[in-house]
Write a protein that binds this ligand. Structure first.
Ligand code: ZN
Length: 269
């Protein structure tokens, strides 16, 4: 296997590892634990700020450059518990509920309990409903994989307003080399930066300037970086390119990883 193929294989493995760790905005500790451990294992000295961002210096001298990606993702939160034992969600970060209708999900409670469920609109059956409802937030609910029929049943499980809801990532790497997954934004970028760190640690890349990596945890709600080292000369945010009629990002290629192809529909969440 060539060095490039081995790096790409490593990046793909890191993507699978990172997407398997639920990390909606505000619930990123486990994801950053993983980053800290992975970077330490490479021999680096990563630091985590009080805010939760992970910063690591890879080496090099002069013209300090920071490469940033975010490991928080879109997700949801329990807005309220309905009398029929279903959860009404609200979004964490901006997204379209239509992309989550029918998706399996996991609820993480304050005291560390984990419950699975499914996101459905309030009229999911065409056999029953006269008319479909719009897949907008007020019409969405979480059905838990638990025998709950009332609000009290749900409260007894330990689920409360404000608990975190994460959608299944559905990460798939096809034989043809396509990656299909939620949360490629921005865990694919974070994986690529880990691939760079590994190449530096292995001596496969020589840095011509000082390079640090910054993994942020509040990008989806708009205050991701909020801090960079005082000597930073340039900072590049490595993130997905939005696809749209009048936008420049190519529909089927991920610009920051020319050999990793990404289907356009998988760049949302
Ligand atoms: Zn992003």
């Amino acid at each position: 296997m060539s060095k490039m193929d081995s790096t790409l294989s490593y990046i793909t493995d890191q993507l699978k590892a990172l997407t398997s760790i639920a990390s909606p905005t505000g619930y990123t500790r486990a994801a950053t634990d993983y980053l800290m451990e992975t970077l330490r294992d490479m021999g680096f000295g990563p630091e985590r700020s009080n805010k939760g961002n992970v910063l690591v210096e890879l080496g090099g001298e002069g013209e300090p450059l920071v490469l940033a990606s975010h490991v928080d993702t879109l997700g949801a939160m329990v807005r309220s518990i309905k009398d029929n034992g279903r959860l009404r969600p609200t979004t964490l970060g901006g997204h379209q509920w239509s992309t989550a209708d029918g998706e399996n999900c996991t609820v993480y409670t304050r005291d560390g309990k984990v419950f699975t469920g499914v996101v459905l609109n309030t009229e999911p059956s065409a056999h029953v409903a006269d008319e479909p409802v719009k897949t907008i937030e007020k019409n969405m609910e979480i059905l838990l994989d638990e025998n709950v029929d009332s609000k009290d049943d749900v409260l007894e499980l330990g689920i409360q307003t404000g608990d975190i809801i994460a959608m299944d990532p559905r990460t798939t790497v096809t034989e043809s080399g396509y990656i299909k997954s939620r949360f490629l934004d921005d865990k694919l970028s974070a994986s690529i930066l880990l691939g760079l760190a590994r190449a530096v640690a292995a001596g496969e890349v020589t840095l011509s300037r000082k390079v640090s990596l910054l993994f942020t945890v509040y990008e989806e709600v708009g205050h991701g970086g909020a801090f960079v080292p005082a000597d930073t000369r340039e900072m590049i945010s490595v993130d997905m390119g939005c696809v749209g009629d009048d936008l420049a990002a190519p529909s089927a290629w991920c610009r920051f990883a020319p050999r990793i192809r990404v289907a356009p529909t998988t760049t949302t969440w």
